[in-house]
Design a protein around this ligand. Structure first.
Ligand SMILES: Cc1cc2nc3c(=O)[nH]c(=O)nc-3n(C[C@H](O)[C@H](O)[C@H](O)COP(=O)(O)OP(=O)(O)OC[C@H]3O[C@@H](n4cnc5c(N)ncnc54)[C@H](O)[C@@H]3O)c2cc1C
Length: 349
């Protein structure tokens, strides 16, 4: 039987983050069975070190040359059906399951809901951290519970969705980073129902594909086509997807912006008193799309994506992100917040 975890020291992280930054980690622990987490964390060599989970590294920016702690990578990846009430099926998925492969797994089992979230990189265990969302859908809608190891309580826990505090790119896991190691998620997925085509461009893409009565599988295919066209591929050009969250502002602020700047896109937010703005639009209007400083750049394809064109360092990308956010703040009075986890630095303007 394979060991339940293995340790590697002084590990190069180039292939462990989708920015392809050349940082290193003091230690990388690969965990094959989540039950060993307490033993791993009690290892004398690790006990007093910071520990952070690293999934596929698609939402992190290593801002220093070295992470002086232990990165924990979960490699448990089974999925199984727990129950079926006729309308919905409850699915248990280990944290290490690759997200996009899970979307296909659910479609293969006649389940729907996750099709709009196709092709988001990363592991299933990371999905609840920022409540991944795309094309009008957030994963929190389908999460029944999150299983984790709570380092503060030194105990395994199961958080039903009410305890996860899901919001726009937000959750209790994101607000208390490193406290809980997500070991598995439970999804409650419908077996039938209407597909969600509300997001601009999705219905048009399906029509162009000839899918006039689209199935969830058609929707996943359309989302994958759209994403491949719109976003730089991290396998070719290092990036972490959207670098900034879409800012949520008071309704009055959005109205004032609309009166000062023509064509400001404004979207509904979680409450009637708030509105969501397009970070991509603000960045583009501030003149950053395609801007390059050395190998750190704002993608010419999508203004919201920062890219590493080759040898950019974490500090260089972070400096560029700060310049972009500062100029948006100066031009529009709107504060941009980074979406990826910045490791080893804080994002202060
Ligand atoms: C090209 C591209 C497109 C993207 N598109 C989208 C999108 O449309 N929507 C969206 O929401 N995101 C998007 N992302 C961001 C990213 O894919 C998601 O946030 C994804 O869930 C990150 O998964 P990961 O395994 O790579 O996590 P990592 O990047 O490894 O980790 C991200 C954070 O989650 C924590 N974490 C990861 N796993 C666990 C765990 N098991 N337990 C506790 N903490 C954990 C880490 O400590 C870190 O703080 C995109 C990224 C890229 C590169």
């Amino acid at each position: 039987m394979a060991a339940a975890y293995s340790l590697a020291w002084d590990v190069p992280l180039h292939d462990w983050n989708t920015f392809h930054l050349d940082a290193r980690a003091h230690c990388l622990a690969t965990v094959h069975d989540a039950a060993v987490l307490p033993a791993l964390l009690a290892e004398p060599a690790l006990r007093n070190l910071p520990a952070m989970v690293l999934g596929a590294g698609s939402n992190v920016l290593f801002a220093t040359e070295r992470f002086e702690g232990c990165l924990i990578h979960l490699q448990c990846h089974s999925a199984r059906i727990l129950g079926d009430d006729g309308d919905h099926v409850l699915v248990h998925v280990d944290a290490g399951f690759e997200w996009d492969a899970l979307v296909d797994w659910t479609l293969d089992h006649g389940l729907q809901g996750l099709e709009n979230l196709a092709l988001i990189p990363g592991q299933a265990g990371a999905a609840p951290i920022q409540n991944i969302g795309a094309y009008g859908v957030e994963v929190g809608t389908f999460i029944a519970a999150v299983h984790c190891y709570d380092r503060e309580a030194a105990a395994f826990d199961r958080l039903p969705t009410e305890r996860c505090s899901f919001g726009y790119r937000d959750s209790v896991f994101k607000r208390e980073p490193d406290r809980r190691i997500v070991t598995a998620i439970e999804l409650r997925l419908p077996q039938a129902g209407a597909t969600n085509l509300a997001y601009a461009g999705l219905a048009e893409e399906l029509a162009a594909m000839g899918a006039l009565q689209p199935t969830p599988r058609n929707v996943a295919a359309a989302v994958r086509r759209l994403r491949r066209r719109k976003l730089p591929d991290p396998a070719v050009t290092g990036n972490a997807g959207s670098f900034f969250k879409n800012p949520v502002v008071a309704r009055a602020v959005a109205v004032a912006l609309q009166s000062r700047f023509e064509g400001v896109p404004v979207f509904p937010a979680a409450t009637a008193a708030e509105r969501k703005l397009s970070a991509a639009w603000l960045i583009e209007q501030a003149g950053w799309r395609g801007f390059r400083d050395g190998d750190a750049a704002v993608s010419a394809q999508h203004a919201l994506v920062l890219v590493n064109l080759g040898q950019a360092t974490g500090p260089q990308l972070l400096a560029l992100a700060r310049r972009v956010a500062t100029s948006v703040q100066e031009k529009f009075g709107v504060t941009l917040e980074p979406e990826p986890r910045i490791v080893g630095a804080t994002f202060q303007l």
